[in-house]
Design a binder for this molecule. Structure first.
Ligand code: NAD
Length: 309
């Protein structure tokens, strides 16, 4: 595992111990992440289109800004925790890019598209002298609250070292390559995660119909070679209790899967199983609607399977 911290960057690291951070996108993930940064002693100036999200930030000791641009104008680091590349680019074009301080770092912690991230990094560096670091996360809302996220960091070594002390308050940062590498790895990880959830759910429903107890099945699978995050966490935490409240939307998972299969095609290695998984998740998204939690795919599978008999 590459070591991020570089001793030659000690001064920059110290600078980042208590700094002004703009935080744009205070949703399911952004809100608890901003809260952890406040608890670590940073000054956090936040912006979200939701008035409720801004109110919660103020109650926790942050500063609510009236726009993304005003949040970022005084910030050393601007964090984005937005739904996708479209929204990232729209927010930058609507005044954020022009407001970023030269020499500051823009850190996209959402799950965006790696090639768009690369293009954006070149543009921001040339036009604004701003470095882009991509630092998408895995670990869900639970991990955001607990500060145990896995953070896949892409960017120039010096910039990555500068933001490492901030990222360590949110979880475990791992340097994975140049800018865009974090977003590529995150999308590929979620293609795996989504495919695991699909096939685990098929197996668990078949077993239950045969008469097996799903709890016993999970116990055995989790001590065997079929285990995954879906059997270790998603099924026991959200599917069996029928709460379906992981805080990660089905449409966001589908977006990540499409990024990964698109990347596969761009690399000349189309993902055959991945494309089939995307088709199934797209059908689930249509059936379950835009506000569905991604774990709800587990309860949709038996309906879909019988429909296709
Ligand atoms: P979310 O929908 O809960 O939050 C997104 C926030 O962005 C919302 O509060 C929304 O109001 C705000 N927003 C949208 N457009 C905006 C704009 N133009 N200006 C300012 N704010 C705007 O989504 P989330 O679950 O927090 O996910 C955020 C990102 O993190 C996504 O890229 C997602 O794929 C990724 N992610 C989510 C999870 C999870 O478990 N929820 C886990 C890992 C990664």
């Amino acid at each position: 595992m590459p070591e991020i911290r570089s001793e030659s960057e000690d001064i920059a690291l110290i600078d980042m111990q208590a700094t002004t951070i703009a935080f744009i996108g205070l949703g399911n993930m952004g809100a608890p992440m901003a809260q952890r940064l406040l608890e670590a002693g940073h000054r956090v100036i936040g912006y979200d289109t939701s008035a409720d999200a801004l109110r919660v930030l103020s109650e926790e000791g942050g500063v609510a800004a009236s726009s993304a641009a005003s949040a970022a104008s005084d910030a050393d680091v601007t964090v984005l925790m937005l739904p996708n590349s479209e929204v990232v680019e729209a927010v930058l074009d609507s005044g954020l890019a022009a407001a970023l301080k030269p020499g500051s770092i823009l850190m996209d912690m959402g799950s965006s598209e790696p090639l768009r991230t690369r293009a954006l990094a070149t543009k921001l560096s040339r036009e604004r002298s701003v470095e882009l670091v991509d630092a998408p996360v895995s670990g869900g809302v639970k991990g955001a609250v607990a500060g145990t996220l896995t953070i896949m960091v892409g960017g120039r070594e010096y910039s990555v070292a500068r933001v490492t002390p901030i990222l360590e308050r949110l979880g475990r940062p791992v340097a994975v390559g140049d800018v865009g590498a974090g977003h590529a790895l995150k999308a590929l990880n979620n293609l795996l995660s989504a495919t695991h959830l699909l096939v685990s759910s098929e197996a668990l429903h078949v077993g239950a119909r045969f008469g097996l107890d799903p709890e016993i099945m999970l116990d055995v699978i989790n001590a065997s070679s079929g285990r995954s995050g879906s059997t270790q966490s998603k099924w026991p935490d959200f599917v069996l209790p029928q709460t379906y409240d992981s805080g990660f939307a089905l449409m966001l998972m589908l977006k990540d899967m499409r990024i990964a299969t698109g990347l596969a095609r761009q690399m000349g290695l189309p993902s055959l199983l991945g494309e089939e998984a995307v088709a199934q998740w797209a059908r689930a998204s249509e059936a379950l609607g835009p506000s569905a939690d991604h774990t709800e795919i587990a309860r949709w599978i038996p309906d879909e399977s019988s429909r296709r008999l």
